[in-house]
Design a protein around this ligand. Structure first.
Ligand code: HEM
Ligand SMILES: *[C@@H]1O[C@H](CO)[C@@H](O)[C@H](O)[C@H]1NC(C)=O
Ligand SMILES: *[C@@H]1O[C@H](CO)[C@@H](O)[C@H](O)[C@H]1NC(C)=O
Ligand SMILES: *[C@@H]1O[C@H](CO)[C@@H](O)[C@H](O)[C@H]1NC(C)=O
Ligand SMILES: *[C@@H]1O[C@H](CO)[C@@H](O)[C@H](O)[C@H]1NC(C)=O
Length: 359
């Protein structure tokens, strides 16, 4: 074998070593930039976007504020859709920014202005649809969070020509019945909804408690782990007096009323509890439901699979994947609702009860 071909095969395997297991190694097209490879040449257009947002938009800040904001807006854009009523929007179509003057003003979109301010300058710089940009940025944001399985990114969304109307985005003070009905109307089942809410494992609230920002929904908001599902099933002891808020089990943690209701609604309680200490199942269900959410309203047959452009997410270590009861709490504090299935016993994290830090 000539020296050059040894070098080439070495460089190729190095380039491919970052590719996720979900994408089996196959012949990839060299991109015109002379650096990158993609399974489909159309995906080459995403590398300059990826490089720019990694460096300048996310600024290497990890699974934190910017990543969380980019993830939330992907849902708020996509959910503007109804399988039965075309007046409810065209789904993952960029309308939340394109018609931002209207949509960002809706009550349920409080805080989405942060995502707009974060992303708008980069949308202006790159020639991909706004709809694609929002979903691409969300997929990239997920790759910063340990525990996520490689997300999908389909490329080629058509942008909205009209805004989504108000009331397509669920509110935290709505009943679980109303939320599940709204999700079903957009094509998402109760199982999809629970799966998607794993996103609240890497999330918190700025606008629920007027006295606090960055209040996490679980004690590990930079890990895509199952703690969110554990902690939403613990007896609430810290009052949550604001609209859309329920009492939480730990000082400094915020529980949404909607998460509380979905954790206990007979339609979702067993799906919810099944995620507890079940990292692989939770991550897999999220991966699938998120792929479905990201293309709501779009014609999937016209999209190109560019998932291989995404970096591989960091792994969760075995100790991080082990769910636990927060210090001072144990199985007696569980307020389970999945009849007939006992809540798994978990170790209690050592030490005295602590309060969770804001993000
Ligand atoms: C289904 C009903 C849902 C309701 C009622 C809901 C409600 C909320 C609320 C009230 C907040 C706090 C906003 C603030 O005050 O800053 C929030 C944050 C968040 N939500 Fe949801 N959500 C839902 C589903 C989802 C889904 C499906 C996703 C993503 C796939 C998602 C991702 C996020 C993220 C990442 C944050 C954190 C944002 C940040 O920290 O900047 N949510 N959600
Ligand atoms: C932007 O992309 C479209 C195809 O998606 C192409 O037709 C158009 O020429 C591009 N515009 C610029 C300024 O590069
Ligand atoms: C916010 O803080 C003020 C002053 O400490 C307090 O009086 C008020 O009850 C707090 N409001 C909420 C909603 O927690
Ligand atoms: C939850 O905590 C409250 C206050 O500490 C207590 O009165 C109640 O019995 C607890 N409920 C459960 C289900 O543990
Ligand atoms: C749970 O903690 C309480 C209070 O610390 C304690 O009284 C109880 O025995 C514990 N229960 C179990 C099952 O460990």
């Amino acid at each position: 074998m000539a020296l050059t071909s040894i070098f080439v095969s070495f460089a190729l395997s190095a380039a491919l070593s970052g590719v996720s297991q979900a994408n089996p190694i196959r012949r990839r097209a060299a991109c015109p930039d002379g650096v990158n490879y993609a399974n489909n040449a159309a995906c080459c257009a995403l590398f300059p976007v990826l490089e720019d947002i990694q460096t300048n938009m996310f600024a290497d800040s990890g699974c934190a504020d910017a990543a969380h904001a980019a993830l939330r807006v992907s849902f708020h854009d996509a959910i503007g859709f109804s399988t039965s009523d075309p007046s409810q929007g065209t789904g993952a179509d960029g309308s939340i920014f394109i018609f931002g003057e209207q949509e960002i003003g809706y009550d349920a979109n409080l805080g989405i202005a942060d995502a707009f301010n974060l992303e708008a300058p980069f949308i202006a710089k790159h020639n991909i649809s706004v709809a694609d940009f929002i979903q691409f940025a969300a997929a990239v944001s997920l790759t910063k969070c340990p525990g996520v399985l490689p997300p999908t990114f389909m490329f080629g969304r058509v942008d909205a020509t009209a805004p989504a109307p108000d009331n397509t985005v669920p509110e935290p003070f709505q009943s679980s019945t109303d939320i599940l009905a709204r999700m079903a109307d957009a094509g998402l089942t109760a199982a999809d909804t629970v799966a998607l809410l794993a996103s609240h494992s890497i999330a918190g609230a700025d606008d629920i408690d007027p006295n606090a920002t960055g209040v996490p929904f679980d004690s590990t908001p930079s890990l895509f782990d199952t703690q969110f599902f554990v902690e939403t099933l613990l007896n609430g002891t810290v009052p949550g007096p604001n609209q859309g808020q329920a009492s939480s089990p730990i000082q400094g943690e915020l529980r949404l009323q909607s998460d509380f209701e979905l954790a206990h609604d007979p339609a979702t309680a067993c799906l919810w509890q099944a995620n507890v200490n079940n990292q692989q199942a939770m991550a897999q269900a999220f991966q699938q439901a998120f792929a479905k959410m990201q293309i709501i309203g779009q014609d999937a047959s016209t999209l190109v699979d560019c998932s291989d452009v995404l970096p591989a997410p960091p792994a969760l270590s075995a100790s991080q994947a082990q769910a636990f009861f927060p210090p001072g709490l144990n199985i007696s504090d569980v307020q389970g609702s999945c009849d007939g299935t006992p809540f798994p016993n978990l170790p209690t994290a050592p030490g005295a009860a602590v309060s969770v830090n804001s993000m």
